[in-house]
Design a protein around this ligand. Structure first.
Ligand code: AHR
Length: 383
């Protein structure tokens, strides 16, 4: 295990990062739905530092660290076992990590695209242990089956940082940075309740296209939406997986259009790429969706293309999942490098998007939510 103490310069950066990070990286779950521009709130901690002086000195110190690492060869090695490349969200997540853990920033990143294959993901982690990397980042495809390999990481003395999806059967990791998927699912349900009331819609017959079965993003969004559906007495006609892909969304929707023709008025896609596929299938079947049409289309992620479809009046409401976790992961690594203990859970800040006529007041678990209007500016700032 190559645990190396970096220079005094790095310590200076870490201290600056930690001070600047207070109240941002460690945002509590409730902040996930706070009403402010996502890009600003999810920006790296240093950017939120109140004093320009701190930012400047942190930036200068970071440059010095990069130079120092380059000069001494004392780079930090990081292995990242990524889920795959199934969605726009995933592409943004990968880019975020590659940008932050670049050689210019003093890192040597080993990246493995696990192509949505859980066995390949375990193999990738074991490969990182063999390489003797300093840190391992895992975005777990599914939430269970992790304790053995995390014990192996622990035995090798390699800290693990989990991002995005959760690991639910082991706590042998240093920190997790990700989204509150249950809140996302509940927000979609509570929004639908308020919007249906506004529209005078009395009956909800919903079709759900879920994400990869067993992924915490799927479990949270399914459970959250179902909780509201059960409470309100709505009918969920069917729920089948589209594996978070456009192709999967199209296939499931094609079959729904045949099996439930004329019987549904809500389609919930658990990510934007599934929604793109579902829209193709509905177009082909002559089903009209979006505001003012027969079918309310709900989506998650709020990537650029998803918000463009909200603006175009196709997706009725889009619930953000923020993929830009890497700067917060770097804060965790800096804390560990300095011998500190990072926050165990860091929640990304997320927003709920619609056009003005679809913006309604609602709350999640008693907490009032604010929706963000989709404008060209908002779309341009998204990932
Ligand atoms: O885990 C996050 C989910 O996985 C995103 O919603 C989806 O787009 C991705 O593939």
């Amino acid at each position: 295990m190559k645990k190396k103490l970096l220079s005094a310069v790095l310590s200076a950066v870490m201290v600056a990062g930690l001070v600047a990070g207070c109240g941002s990286a460690a945002a509590p779950a409730a902040d996930a739905a706070a009403p402010a521009p996502a890009a600003e709130e999810a920006a790296p901690a240093a950017e939120e530092a109140p004093a320009a002086e701190v930012v400047e000195s942190a930036e200068a110190a970071e440059e010095a660290v990069a130079a120092d690492a380059g000069a001494s060869g004392d780079v930090i090695t990081v292995g990242f076992a990524q889920v795959g490349h199934e969605s726009d969200w995933r592409t943004a997540s990968t880019k975020s990590c590659q940008d932050v853990f670049s050689s210019a920033n003093g890192y040597d990143l080993s990246f493995v695209d696990c192509d949505n294959d859980s066995a390949a993901q375990l193999e990738a982690v074991r490969g990182f242990i063999e390489q003797g990397v300093d840190y391992i980042i895992i975005d777990p495809i599914v939430s269970t089956g992790w304790d053995t390999v995390l014990t192996e990481c622990e035995d090798a003395g390699i800290p693990v940082i989990v991002i995005d999806r959760t690991i639910d059967d082991s706590d042998k990791y240093a920190a997790w940075v990700g989204s509150n998927f249950l809140t996302e699912g509940k927000a979609a349900g509570e929004w639908l309740k308020a919007y249906a009331e506004k529209q005078g819609i009395k009956e909800i017959n919903a079709l759900v296209i879920s994400g990869t079965t067993g992924a915490s993003a799927q479990i949270g969004r399914s459970d959250g939406f179902k909780e509201i559906a059960d409470r309100e007495g709505w009918t969920i006609l069917d729920e089948q997986t589209g594996d978070f892909t456009e192709e999967g969304g199209q296939q499931v929707m094609e079959s729904y259009c045949k099996s439930y023709e004329g019987k549904f008025n809500v389609v919930v896609c658990q990510n934007d790429n599934e929604a793109f596929g579902a829209m193709t299938a509905m177009d082909n079947a002559g089903v009209k969706y979006g505001p003012g049409n027969d079918v309310i289309l709900i989506s998650f992620d709020a990537c650029t293309a998803g918000l463009e479809d909200v603006k175009a009046g196709k997706i009725t409401a889009d619930f953000e999942c923020n993929p830009l976790a890497a700067p917060f992961v770097e804060e965790v690594i800096k804390t560990l490098q300095s011998g500190g203990t990072p926050e165990k859970e860091v929640y990304m800040v997320e927003h709920w998007y619609a056009l003005p006529d679809q913006i309604v007041d609602f709350s999640v678990d008693g907490e009032a939510q604010t929706m963000t209007e989709v404008t060209d500016e908002v779309i341009a700032a998204q990932y």
